[in-house]
Design a protein around this ligand. Sequence first.
Ligand SMILES: NC(=O)c1ncn([C@@H]2O[C@H](COP(=O)(O)O)[C@@H](O)[C@H]2O)c1NC=O
Length: 512
Amino acid sequence: MSQHKRALLSVSNKEGIVAFAKQLVEQGYELVSTGGTKRKLEEAGVPVASVSDITQFPEILQGRVKTLHPHIHAGLLAQQDKEDHVKQLEDLGINGIELVVVNLYPFKETIAKDGITEEEAIENIDIGGPTMLRAAAKNFQHVTVVVEPDHYEEVLSYIKEGEVPVTYRKQLAARVFQHTASYDAHIAGYFAEAVEDSAPEQYTRTYERVQSLRYGENPHQQAAFYQDPLYKGISLAHASQLNGKELSYNNIQDANAALSMVLDFTEPAAIAVKHMNPCGVGTADSLFGAYERAYAADPVSIFGGIVAVNRELDGNTAEKMKEIFLEIIIAPSFSKEALDILTTKKNLRLLQVDMTKEQGAGQQLTSVRGGLLVQDVDEASLEDVTTSVPTDREPTEQEWQDLKLAWKVVKHVKSNAIVVAKGQQTVGVGAGQMNRVGAAKIAFEQASDHSHGAALASDAFFPMPDTVEEAAKAGITAIIQPGGSKRDQDSIDACNEHGITMVFTGMRHFKH
Ligand SMILES: NC(=O)c1ncn([C@@H]2O[C@H](COP(=O)(O)O)[C@@H](O)[C@H]2O)c1NC=O
């Protein structure tokens, strides 16, 4: 172990720093620290010099300038295997720094708090820390840099063995650049609010890993689940799992679809999802009634499905849910009775999602080969549009109810999408077909007799009257669709001929 190695310690999170520093001293390191870190070490009896002793310059501007000095940065950036670097340091009386331990002002934690002022946020932008971290990481061939207390132990074990291997130093450097990039992304996000630009020139969001997944959509695909740590809306990525096996990639996608759908309902609602499409949706005055309807909508497909509800899950409903195999149940809360009933199923995943927050869906990101598509989440509903009825007949009150439910659901079904609903539940869902009439036929086949007197929703307009003709054959009496086709009149005429009422929303809900 060589003598007189120097370590610079400047940490905001002081957890574990005293024990680490003591061992560094035992290993022959000279320590240098900034004000607060130095005080902490001195209180614990650890010998430590001050950065100001080295720089011969005081910490000024309330800590805004402490380590930003050539004596520090030359010590961090000098390549000790280059003669001229070594000579320059000698000529200027600068000593090298071999180990840097820095963690940053808690910017993210600060802006996550309610009622924070701009001044507080800005004072928590660390300048000197990232500068040291980046300098040391750039010079990883000669410097060991530690940004996370989690790494103290491992670094010490290497030091005790004699030297920190350069391969490990490079890993630490990589971690530093991830850390500072993420840190800056939070700052960029905070400032982005000032420009309100939803399509910035550079897209710099940062996410934190919630979970490494066993695999992706298929077992041969690697995958992980990340969350936006500052997301303030209703969030699947911030859900609490109360029971069951670890969530899988497909579970998370399905759960997100079910959650997004149930949030569109204010009355008690239950949504059953399979492969990201709703297979059964029910609403009622009680959650039990809503679930009964969602189940009755398609008692076959719900098996192995994901169910989301928008009221506390009660014992009765839980008992009914327990009768079949479900992968996940999502609820704003679970009564004690419901938990007692459902936790007897060891594998059943129970997710509690705080649904009291603002919806705040934000942006939807979809990766494409070599790029990223960004759009607003489709949060629009019938309340955002002015509907019109171009047919001879206006919907009855009952038809309006069914039309509204079908329209809420069709928005969440993969295009081309047709949903048939009757009596506060879906009775047929045609999802993801390459032509609209094909989707309609699937929905009618599933609905069977229930399509008589039912309502139909189409996520996009009818380019020709064939869907109306099929609907008439199936006994549909009310249709809701965006309208806007050149041949709308053909569909209107077909409706009038069959006594069907049709509503135009003027807004489509493609979901590719
Ligand atoms: N201004 C500087 O030169 C500077 N140098 C280090 N810091 C930060 O000051 C903190 C430690 O300060 P203290 O040891 O005084 O508690 C660390 O989070 C470190 O990243 C600085 N602070 C902010 O920029």
